[in-house]
Design a protein around this ligand. Sequence first.
Ligand code: PMT
Length: 409
Amino acid sequence: MTALDSARALAGVRVLLGVSGGIAAYKGAELVRRLRDAGAQVRVVLTENAARFVTALTFQALSGHPVRTSLWDESAEAAMGHIELARWADEILIAPASADLIARLAQGHADDLLTTLCLASTAPLALAPAMNQQMWAHAATQANLGLLRARGVRVFGPACGDQACGESGVGRLLEAVEIVAELVRARGPREMAGQRVLGSAGPTFEDIDPVRFIGNRSSGRMGFAIAAAAAQAGAEVTLVAGPVHLATPAGVARVDVRSARQMRDAVFAHVADCDVFVSAAAVGDYRPQAVAAQKMKKTGQALHLSLVQNPDILAEVAALPRRPFVVGFAAETEHVETHARDKLERKHLDLIVANQVGANLGFERDDNALLLLWPDGRKELPRADKRELARALLACIAALRTTHGGNRS
Ligand code: PMT
Protein backbone atom coordinates (compact mmCIF):
# COMPACT_ATOMS: atom_id res chain seq x y z
CA MET A 1 0.00 0.00 0.00
CA THR A 2 1.39 3.42 -0.92
CA ALA A 3 1.26 6.42 1.39
CA LEU A 4 -1.48 7.76 -0.88
CA ASP A 5 -3.57 4.59 -0.59
CA SER A 6 -3.32 4.60 3.18
CA ALA A 7 -4.25 8.30 3.50
CA ARG A 8 -7.10 8.53 6.03
CA ALA A 9 -7.83 4.82 5.52
CA LEU A 10 -8.22 4.51 9.30
CA ALA A 11 -9.96 7.87 9.79
CA GLY A 12 -11.49 7.94 13.24
CA VAL A 13 -10.57 4.35 14.08
CA ARG A 14 -9.49 3.98 17.71
CA VAL A 15 -6.44 1.76 17.79
CA LEU A 16 -5.09 0.45 21.06
CA LEU A 17 -1.46 -0.35 20.29
CA GLY A 18 0.15 -2.88 22.62
CA VAL A 19 3.92 -3.10 22.57
CA SER A 20 5.51 -6.16 24.13
CA GLY A 21 9.11 -6.81 25.14
CA GLY A 22 11.65 -7.33 22.38
CA ILE A 23 14.24 -5.40 20.46
CA ALA A 24 11.65 -4.63 17.76
CA ALA A 25 9.73 -2.53 20.34
CA TYR A 26 11.52 0.54 18.99
CA LYS A 27 9.70 0.05 15.67
CA GLY A 28 6.43 0.60 17.54
CA ALA A 29 7.28 4.30 17.63
CA GLU A 30 7.27 4.48 13.83
CA LEU A 31 4.04 2.49 13.83
CA VAL A 32 2.30 5.12 15.98
CA ARG A 33 3.27 7.74 13.38
CA ARG A 34 1.98 5.67 10.47
CA LEU A 35 -1.29 4.83 12.25
CA ARG A 36 -1.88 8.50 12.93
CA ASP A 37 -1.01 9.40 9.32
CA ALA A 38 -3.78 7.00 8.31
CA GLY A 39 -6.20 8.94 10.53
CA ALA A 40 -6.34 6.56 13.52
CA GLN A 41 -6.57 7.70 17.12
CA VAL A 42 -3.87 5.81 18.99
CA ARG A 43 -3.48 4.91 22.67
CA VAL A 44 -0.41 2.91 23.67
CA VAL A 45 0.08 0.23 26.31
CA LEU A 46 3.60 -1.02 26.98
CA THR A 47 4.26 -4.26 28.80
CA GLU A 48 6.81 -4.03 31.62
CA ASN A 49 9.34 -5.79 29.39
CA ALA A 50 8.69 -3.40 26.51
CA ALA A 51 9.46 -0.53 28.88
CA ARG A 52 12.98 -1.97 29.28
CA PHE A 53 13.58 -1.41 25.54
CA VAL A 54 11.70 1.84 24.89
CA THR A 55 10.39 4.72 26.99
CA ALA A 56 6.77 5.59 27.61
CA LEU A 57 7.70 9.21 26.96
CA THR A 58 8.51 8.51 23.30
CA PHE A 59 5.13 6.88 22.77
CA GLN A 60 3.34 9.59 24.73
CA ALA A 61 4.89 12.29 22.54
CA LEU A 62 4.02 10.45 19.34
CA SER A 63 0.48 9.39 20.28
CA GLY A 64 -0.39 12.61 22.11
CA HIS A 65 -1.78 10.62 25.05
CA PRO A 66 -0.43 9.23 28.31
CA VAL A 67 0.97 5.72 27.95
CA ARG A 68 -0.19 2.92 30.25
CA THR A 69 2.18 0.24 31.52
CA SER A 70 0.55 -1.18 34.62
CA LEU A 71 -2.79 -2.38 35.94
CA TRP A 72 -1.93 -0.81 39.25
CA ASP A 73 -1.43 2.82 38.22
CA GLU A 74 -3.95 4.68 40.39
CA SER A 75 -3.62 8.03 38.64
CA ALA A 76 -4.13 6.41 35.22
CA GLU A 77 -7.12 4.45 36.50
CA ALA A 78 -8.60 7.72 37.76
CA ALA A 79 -8.33 9.17 34.22
CA MET A 80 -9.28 6.34 31.83
CA GLY A 81 -9.60 3.06 33.67
CA HIS A 82 -8.53 -0.15 31.99
CA ILE A 83 -12.09 -1.32 31.37
CA GLU A 84 -12.89 2.04 29.81
CA LEU A 85 -9.78 1.67 27.64
CA ALA A 86 -10.91 -1.83 26.61
CA ARG A 87 -14.29 -0.37 25.59
CA TRP A 88 -12.67 2.62 23.87
CA ALA A 89 -10.77 0.51 21.36
CA ASP A 90 -12.14 -0.27 17.88
CA GLU A 91 -9.02 -2.34 17.19
CA ILE A 92 -6.32 -3.85 19.38
CA LEU A 93 -3.01 -4.22 17.59
CA ILE A 94 0.00 -5.73 19.32
CA ALA A 95 3.30 -4.97 17.61
CA PRO A 96 5.73 -6.42 18.28
CA ALA A 97 4.02 -9.47 19.78
CA SER A 98 6.64 -11.59 21.54
CA ALA A 99 6.51 -15.39 21.86
CA ASP A 100 5.78 -15.00 25.56
CA LEU A 101 2.89 -12.60 25.00
CA ILE A 102 1.42 -14.87 22.32
CA ALA A 103 1.61 -17.81 24.78
CA ARG A 104 -0.08 -15.81 27.53
CA LEU A 105 -2.85 -14.64 25.17
CA ALA A 106 -3.41 -18.19 23.98
CA GLN A 107 -3.84 -19.31 27.60
CA GLY A 108 -6.15 -16.42 28.45
CA HIS A 109 -3.87 -14.90 31.07
CA ALA A 110 -4.79 -11.55 32.61
CA ASP A 111 -1.66 -10.98 34.67
CA ASP A 112 -0.72 -7.60 33.26
CA LEU A 113 -2.49 -4.63 31.72
CA LEU A 114 -2.17 -5.66 28.08
CA THR A 115 -3.41 -9.23 28.48
CA THR A 116 -6.23 -8.00 30.74
CA LEU A 117 -7.31 -5.48 28.10
CA CYS A 118 -7.33 -8.17 25.43
CA LEU A 119 -9.66 -10.30 27.57
CA ALA A 120 -11.85 -7.37 28.56
CA SER A 121 -12.38 -5.97 25.06
CA THR A 122 -14.70 -7.01 22.27
CA ALA A 123 -12.48 -5.22 19.73
CA PRO A 124 -10.81 -7.37 17.07
CA LEU A 125 -7.26 -8.35 17.99
CA ALA A 126 -4.32 -8.36 15.59
CA LEU A 127 -0.78 -9.48 16.32
CA ALA A 128 2.40 -8.57 14.48
CA PRO A 129 4.86 -11.12 15.89
CA ALA A 130 8.60 -10.52 16.17
CA MET A 131 11.05 -13.02 17.62
CA ASN A 132 14.07 -15.16 16.95
CA GLN A 133 13.46 -17.53 14.01
CA GLN A 134 13.85 -20.68 16.18
CA MET A 135 11.30 -19.34 18.65
CA TRP A 136 8.94 -18.60 15.75
CA ALA A 137 9.34 -22.10 14.31
CA HIS A 138 8.91 -23.82 17.70
CA ALA A 139 5.90 -26.10 17.89
CA ALA A 140 4.69 -24.36 21.07
CA THR A 141 4.61 -20.95 19.38
CA GLN A 142 2.87 -22.35 16.30
CA ALA A 143 0.32 -24.20 18.44
CA ASN A 144 -0.41 -21.01 20.38
CA LEU A 145 -0.86 -19.08 17.15
CA GLY A 146 -3.14 -21.82 15.84
CA LEU A 147 -5.34 -21.44 18.92
CA LEU A 148 -5.45 -17.68 18.56
CA ARG A 149 -6.18 -17.81 14.81
CA ALA A 150 -9.03 -20.24 15.49
CA ARG A 151 -10.48 -17.59 17.83
CA GLY A 152 -10.39 -15.01 15.04
CA VAL A 153 -7.14 -13.28 16.01
CA ARG A 154 -5.38 -11.92 12.92
CA VAL A 155 -1.64 -12.41 12.54
CA PHE A 156 0.36 -9.97 10.41
CA GLY A 157 3.71 -11.36 9.29
CA PRO A 158 6.34 -11.94 10.45
CA ALA A 159 8.80 -11.18 7.64
CA CYS A 160 11.90 -13.12 6.73
CA GLY A 161 15.40 -11.62 6.89
CA ASP A 162 18.32 -10.68 9.10
CA GLN A 163 17.51 -10.61 12.79
CA ALA A 164 18.88 -8.49 15.62
CA CYS A 165 20.32 -11.66 17.21
CA GLY A 166 22.57 -12.19 14.18
CA GLU A 167 20.54 -15.06 12.74
CA SER A 168 18.50 -14.94 9.57
CA GLY A 169 15.03 -16.39 8.99
CA VAL A 170 11.34 -15.84 9.64
CA GLY A 171 10.59 -13.71 12.68
CA ARG A 172 11.25 -10.09 11.73
CA LEU A 173 8.54 -7.56 12.55
CA LEU A 174 6.82 -6.27 9.40
CA GLU A 175 7.59 -2.66 8.50
CA ALA A 176 5.22 -0.10 10.03
CA VAL A 177 3.58 0.74 6.67
CA GLU A 178 3.01 -2.96 6.02
CA ILE A 179 1.34 -3.41 9.40
CA VAL A 180 -0.96 -0.44 8.72
CA ALA A 181 -1.77 -1.86 5.27
CA GLU A 182 -2.60 -5.25 6.85
CA LEU A 183 -4.86 -3.60 9.39
CA VAL A 184 -6.67 -1.62 6.69
CA ARG A 185 -7.08 -4.79 4.59
CA ALA A 186 -8.30 -6.78 7.60
CA ARG A 187 -10.98 -4.19 8.29
CA GLY A 188 -12.40 -4.92 4.84
CA PRO A 189 -13.62 -2.59 2.11
CA ARG A 190 -14.73 0.84 3.23
CA GLU A 191 -18.37 0.62 2.38
CA MET A 192 -19.04 4.38 2.20
CA ALA A 193 -15.94 5.39 0.23
CA GLY A 194 -16.72 8.19 -2.22
CA GLN A 195 -19.99 9.16 -0.53
CA ARG A 196 -20.80 12.46 1.10
CA VAL A 197 -22.69 12.52 4.35
CA LEU A 198 -24.11 15.63 5.98
CA GLY A 199 -25.15 15.28 9.60
CA SER A 200 -26.52 17.47 12.35
CA ALA A 201 -26.10 16.92 16.07
CA GLY A 202 -26.73 18.47 19.45
CA PRO A 203 -29.25 21.02 20.66
CA THR A 204 -29.96 24.52 19.43
CA PHE A 205 -30.01 27.48 21.79
CA GLU A 206 -32.46 30.30 21.23
CA ASP A 207 -31.46 33.47 23.05
CA ILE A 208 -33.93 35.29 25.25
CA ASP A 209 -31.52 38.00 26.35
CA PRO A 210 -27.69 38.22 26.60
CA VAL A 211 -27.77 35.81 29.57
CA ARG A 212 -30.60 33.34 29.04
CA PHE A 213 -31.66 31.00 26.31
CA ILE A 214 -34.10 28.21 25.49
CA GLY A 215 -32.28 24.93 24.90
CA ASN A 216 -32.73 21.21 25.36
CA ARG A 217 -30.92 18.20 26.80
CA SER A 218 -29.24 16.86 23.66
CA SER A 219 -25.54 16.20 24.29
CA GLY A 220 -24.71 15.62 20.61
CA ARG A 221 -23.42 12.09 21.31
CA MET A 222 -25.80 10.31 18.90
CA GLY A 223 -25.09 12.65 15.98
CA PHE A 224 -21.34 12.66 16.64
CA ALA A 225 -21.32 8.85 16.75
CA ILE A 226 -23.04 8.74 13.34
CA ALA A 227 -20.54 11.22 11.88
CA ALA A 228 -17.61 9.21 13.31
CA ALA A 229 -18.97 5.91 11.98
CA ALA A 230 -19.55 7.40 8.51
CA ALA A 231 -16.00 8.78 8.42
CA GLN A 232 -14.66 5.40 9.54
CA ALA A 233 -16.61 3.79 6.71
CA GLY A 234 -14.79 6.08 4.26
CA ALA A 235 -17.43 8.78 3.68
CA GLU A 236 -16.61 12.46 3.39
CA VAL A 237 -18.51 13.86 6.37
CA THR A 238 -19.67 17.35 7.30
CA LEU A 239 -21.22 17.70 10.73
CA VAL A 240 -23.26 20.75 11.72
CA ALA A 241 -23.04 20.84 15.50
CA GLY A 242 -25.12 22.77 17.96
CA PRO A 243 -23.50 23.95 21.21
CA VAL A 244 -21.95 20.76 22.66
CA HIS A 245 -18.76 19.84 24.48
CA LEU A 246 -17.56 17.00 22.29
CA ALA A 247 -14.33 16.55 20.36
CA THR A 248 -14.62 16.50 16.59
CA PRO A 249 -14.38 12.91 15.31
CA ALA A 250 -11.31 12.28 13.15
CA GLY A 251 -11.88 12.87 9.47
CA VAL A 252 -15.02 14.96 10.03
CA ALA A 253 -15.43 18.59 8.91
CA ARG A 254 -17.33 20.39 11.66
CA VAL A 255 -19.42 23.56 11.46
CA ASP A 256 -20.43 24.98 14.85
CA VAL A 257 -23.74 26.80 15.19
CA ARG A 258 -25.94 27.97 18.05
CA SER A 259 -29.49 28.66 16.91
CA ALA A 260 -31.90 26.76 14.66
CA ARG A 261 -31.65 29.42 11.98
CA GLN A 262 -27.84 29.20 12.01
CA MET A 263 -28.18 25.42 11.75
CA ARG A 264 -30.49 25.80 8.77
CA ASP A 265 -28.01 28.13 7.01
CA ALA A 266 -25.10 25.73 7.65
CA VAL A 267 -27.10 22.70 6.45
CA PHE A 268 -28.17 24.50 3.29
CA ALA A 269 -24.59 25.63 2.61
CA HIS A 270 -23.56 21.95 2.36
CA VAL A 271 -26.64 19.97 1.36
CA ALA A 272 -26.31 20.41 -2.41
CA ASP A 273 -23.28 18.13 -2.53
CA CYS A 274 -24.39 15.36 -0.21
CA ASP A 275 -25.70 11.84 -0.80
CA VAL A 276 -27.15 11.30 2.66
CA PHE A 277 -28.49 13.78 5.23
CA VAL A 278 -28.92 12.52 8.81
CA SER A 279 -30.67 14.98 11.10
CA ALA A 280 -29.93 13.85 14.66
CA ALA A 281 -29.96 17.38 16.07
CA ALA A 282 -32.62 18.32 18.56
CA VAL A 283 -33.62 21.52 16.80
CA GLY A 284 -35.67 24.01 18.82
CA ASP A 285 -39.13 24.27 17.30
CA TYR A 286 -39.62 27.81 18.65
CA ARG A 287 -37.56 30.91 19.41
CA PRO A 288 -38.41 34.14 21.22
CA GLN A 289 -39.98 36.64 18.85
CA ALA A 290 -37.46 39.25 19.98
CA VAL A 291 -34.14 38.99 21.84
CA ALA A 292 -33.87 41.57 24.63
CA ALA A 293 -30.77 43.74 24.23
CA GLN A 294 -30.16 43.81 28.00
CA LYS A 295 -30.66 41.28 30.79
CA MET A 296 -34.37 41.15 31.57
CA LYS A 297 -35.23 42.19 35.13
CA LYS A 298 -37.68 40.61 37.56
CA THR A 299 -40.89 42.61 37.80
CA GLY A 300 -42.79 40.67 40.45
CA GLN A 301 -45.34 39.80 37.74
CA ALA A 302 -45.73 36.71 35.56
CA LEU A 303 -43.52 36.87 32.47
CA HIS A 304 -44.97 35.95 29.08
CA LEU A 305 -42.55 35.15 26.30
CA SER A 306 -43.85 35.37 22.79
CA LEU A 307 -42.39 32.56 20.65
CA VAL A 308 -42.35 32.14 16.89
CA GLN A 309 -41.81 28.90 15.02
CA ASN A 310 -38.38 28.01 13.65
CA PRO A 311 -37.87 26.67 10.14
CA ASP A 312 -38.17 22.87 9.92
CA ILE A 313 -34.76 22.09 8.45
CA LEU A 314 -35.46 18.43 7.84
CA ALA A 315 -38.74 19.06 6.02
CA GLU A 316 -37.08 21.74 3.89
CA VAL A 317 -34.25 19.39 2.88
CA ALA A 318 -36.76 16.65 2.04
CA ALA A 319 -38.67 19.11 -0.15
CA LEU A 320 -35.64 19.96 -2.31
CA PRO A 321 -36.12 19.01 -5.96
CA ARG A 322 -32.66 17.32 -5.95
CA ARG A 323 -32.57 15.79 -2.52
CA PRO A 324 -30.18 13.45 -0.77
CA PHE A 325 -31.37 10.29 1.03
CA VAL A 326 -33.08 11.98 3.98
CA VAL A 327 -32.93 10.47 7.48
CA GLY A 328 -34.77 12.15 10.33
CA PHE A 329 -34.93 11.36 14.01
CA ALA A 330 -38.00 11.36 16.23
CA ALA A 331 -37.54 11.96 19.94
CA GLU A 332 -40.77 10.91 21.60
CA THR A 333 -41.91 10.48 25.19
CA GLU A 334 -44.99 8.36 24.31
CA HIS A 335 -46.58 6.51 21.36
CA VAL A 336 -43.11 6.39 19.83
CA GLU A 337 -43.90 4.38 16.70
CA THR A 338 -47.16 6.18 15.87
CA HIS A 339 -45.65 9.66 16.21
CA ALA A 340 -42.50 8.67 14.33
CA ARG A 341 -44.40 7.14 11.41
CA ASP A 342 -46.50 10.29 11.24
CA LYS A 343 -43.28 12.38 10.97
CA LEU A 344 -41.87 10.02 8.34
CA GLU A 345 -44.94 10.54 6.14
CA ARG A 346 -45.59 14.21 6.87
CA LYS A 347 -41.99 15.24 6.20
CA HIS A 348 -41.57 12.84 3.22
CA LEU A 349 -38.48 11.16 4.68
CA ASP A 350 -36.70 8.08 3.41
CA LEU A 351 -36.08 6.80 6.94
CA ILE A 352 -36.88 7.92 10.47
CA VAL A 353 -34.99 6.87 13.58
CA ALA A 354 -37.32 6.86 16.57
CA ASN A 355 -36.16 6.89 20.15
CA GLN A 356 -37.88 7.19 23.47
CA VAL A 357 -36.64 10.19 25.41
CA GLY A 358 -37.36 11.39 28.89
CA ALA A 359 -36.05 10.66 32.36
CA ASN A 360 -32.68 9.00 31.77
CA LEU A 361 -33.52 7.88 28.23
CA GLY A 362 -32.09 8.90 24.87
CA PHE A 363 -30.45 12.18 25.83
CA GLU A 364 -27.07 12.66 27.55
CA ARG A 365 -26.23 8.95 27.65
CA ASP A 366 -23.70 6.74 25.90
CA ASP A 367 -26.36 4.18 25.01
CA ASN A 368 -29.72 4.27 23.35
CA ALA A 369 -32.34 2.00 21.76
CA LEU A 370 -33.62 2.84 18.28
CA LEU A 371 -36.57 1.94 16.11
CA LEU A 372 -35.93 2.46 12.39
CA LEU A 373 -39.01 3.06 10.24
CA TRP A 374 -39.24 3.47 6.49
CA PRO A 375 -42.29 3.55 4.21
CA ASP A 376 -42.58 -0.22 3.91
CA GLY A 377 -40.58 -1.58 6.81
CA ARG A 378 -39.22 -1.35 10.33
CA LYS A 379 -36.22 -2.59 12.30
CA GLU A 380 -35.54 -2.48 16.03
CA LEU A 381 -32.01 -1.83 17.27
CA PRO A 382 -31.93 -2.93 20.92
CA ARG A 383 -30.16 -0.87 23.59
CA ALA A 384 -26.44 -0.55 22.85
CA ASP A 385 -23.61 1.94 22.81
CA LYS A 386 -24.39 4.85 20.46
CA ARG A 387 -21.24 4.03 18.44
CA GLU A 388 -22.56 0.54 17.74
CA LEU A 389 -26.03 1.87 16.92
CA ALA A 390 -24.49 4.38 14.52
CA ARG A 391 -22.78 1.58 12.59
CA ALA A 392 -26.01 -0.44 12.45
CA LEU A 393 -27.95 2.63 11.29
CA LEU A 394 -25.46 3.28 8.47
CA ALA A 395 -25.71 -0.36 7.40
CA CYS A 396 -29.51 -0.01 7.22
CA ILE A 397 -29.20 3.24 5.23
CA ALA A 398 -26.84 1.51 2.77
CA ALA A 399 -29.24 -1.42 2.36
CA LEU A 400 -32.24 0.86 1.82
CA ARG A 401 -30.37 2.97 -0.72
CA THR A 402 -29.63 -0.19 -2.66
CA THR A 403 -33.10 -1.72 -2.52
CA HIS A 404 -35.06 1.53 -2.81
CA GLY A 405 -33.05 2.97 -5.68
CA GLY A 406 -30.73 5.34 -3.84
CA ASN A 407 -31.46 9.03 -3.39
CA ARG A 408 -33.96 10.98 -5.37
CA SER A 409 -31.55 13.40 -7.04
O1 PMT B 1 -27.65 14.19 21.60
P1 PMT B 1 -27.83 13.00 22.51
O2 PMT B 1 -27.75 13.36 23.98
O3 PMT B 1 -26.97 11.84 22.12
O4 PMT B 1 -29.35 12.50 22.33
C1 PMT B 1 -29.76 11.96 21.11
C2 PMT B 1 -31.13 12.49 20.66
C3 PMT B 1 -32.21 12.01 21.62
C4 PMT B 1 -31.12 14.04 20.61
C5 PMT B 1 -31.37 11.93 19.20
O5 PMT B 1 -31.36 10.53 19.27
C6 PMT B 1 -32.69 12.45 18.62
O6 PMT B 1 -33.75 11.90 18.83
N1 PMT B 1 -32.61 13.57 17.85
C7 PMT B 1 -33.78 14.28 17.29
C8 PMT B 1 -34.38 15.12 18.37
C9 PMT B 1 -35.56 15.90 17.87
O7 PMT B 1 -35.49 17.09 17.77
O8 PMT B 1 -36.59 15.20 17.49
P2 PMT B 1 -38.00 15.83 16.95
O9 PMT B 1 -38.92 14.67 16.98
O10 PMT B 1 -38.35 17.04 17.72
O11 PMT B 1 -37.65 16.26 15.48
C10 PMT B 1 -37.88 15.43 14.34
C11 PMT B 1 -36.81 15.61 13.31
O12 PMT B 1 -36.91 16.90 12.71
C12 PMT B 1 -35.38 15.50 13.82
O13 PMT B 1 -34.62 14.82 12.84
C13 PMT B 1 -34.93 16.95 13.93
O14 PMT B 1 -33.52 17.05 13.71
C14 PMT B 1 -35.70 17.62 12.81
N2 PMT B 1 -36.09 19.02 13.06
C15 PMT B 1 -36.90 19.33 14.11
C16 PMT B 1 -37.30 20.65 14.27
C17 PMT B 1 -36.84 21.63 13.38
N3 PMT B 1 -37.20 22.91 13.53
N4 PMT B 1 -36.05 21.30 12.37
C18 PMT B 1 -35.66 20.01 12.19
O15 PMT B 1 -34.91 19.72 11.26
